[in-house]
Design a protein around this ligand. Structure first.
Ligand SMILES: N[C@@H](CCC(=O)N[C@@H](CS)C(=O)NCC(=O)O)C(=O)O
Length: 239
């Protein structure tokens, strides 16, 4: 019988990959790391597209069951590996679980989307973020700040962290990579400090990827500066 492995295809600089990676580590799943370099377009190679036609990371191959979409992978991991010790990360009781699901969908559809849209020019071209898109990001952070203040509990869905805290934390790591300040959102900022401190795998799964994005942006900004200088000189010689 063929030996079937459990493989995690990921790129360290990708926030959704960091969310799944932290979940895998917290659940102590045995898996093989399969780095995919997006800058070298490894995700566009035929073997990868055969596995995931959407060519996104994270992609998870659990003994030939292939799954992508970070939050779906996190839910699957909990459904498969949840036990008495870790079930608090994704409670089974319908109302408690619904609160976690709501926050996961908010993270994916609103918060992370706002982060991606605002920073797209910086991340892809080395240009300043799009000021017209900042409002949605501020609204999302404001909402989280109020949610935590009104809830009066240390984590997004209660007394203990859940996979929703992990997903939101992973999204927030992109703000760290972009040097975006969020200290003005007091409760939210305290939550970020608390979750980073209490999710022991945070450093291992996030810090290198944050640095990769910072370095990538620095390089793009330097290239953009050179390009603009070149264009400025060219326009002066034309006059
Ligand atoms: N909603 C997806 C987003 C995945 C995604 O867009 N990943 C990016 C890296 S952060 C990617 O793979 N981009 C390459 C591509 O789309 O070709 C998830 O949460 O897994």
């Amino acid at each position: 019988m063929a030996w079937l492995s459990t493989e995690f295809y990921y790129y360290k600089a990708s926030p959704p990959c960091r969310a799944v990676w932290m979940t895998l580590k917290l659940l102590k799943v045995d898996f093989e790391e399969k780095p995919v370099d997006l800058l070298k377009a490894e995700n566009k190679r035929p073997w990868f597209i055969r596995m995931n036609p959407q060519h996104t990371v994270p992609t998870f191959n659990d003994q030939s069951f292939i799954l992508w979409e970070s939050r779906a992978i996190m839910m699957y991991l909990m459904n498969k590996h949840g036990n008495e010790e870790n079930q608090y990360l994704y409670p089974k009781e319908p109302e408690e679980r619904a609160k976690v699901d709501r926050m996961l969908f908010f993270d994916m559809g609103t918060l992370y989307q706002a982060i991606k849209d605002y920073f797209a020019p910086k991340l892809h071209q080395g240009l300043p973020p799009d000021p017209e898109k900042e409002n949605l990001l501020k609204t999302s952070l404001d909402y989280l700040d109020n949610h935590l203040e009104m809830g009066g509990v240390p984590y997004l869905c209660g007394e203990r962290p859940t996979i929703a805290d992990i997903a939101v934390l992973a999204s927030i790591t992109e703000l760290d990579a972009m040097d975006y300040q969020y200290k003005c959102y007091g409760e939210f900022n305290r939550w970020v400090e608390r979750i980073k401190e209490n999710i022991k795998v945070y450093k291992e799964c996030c810090e290198e990827g944050i640095k990769m994005t910072k370095d990538h942006v620095k390089q793009l900004e330097a290239d953009m500066k050179k390009q603009m200088e070149k264009e400025r000189k060219a326009s002066l010689t034309k006059k």
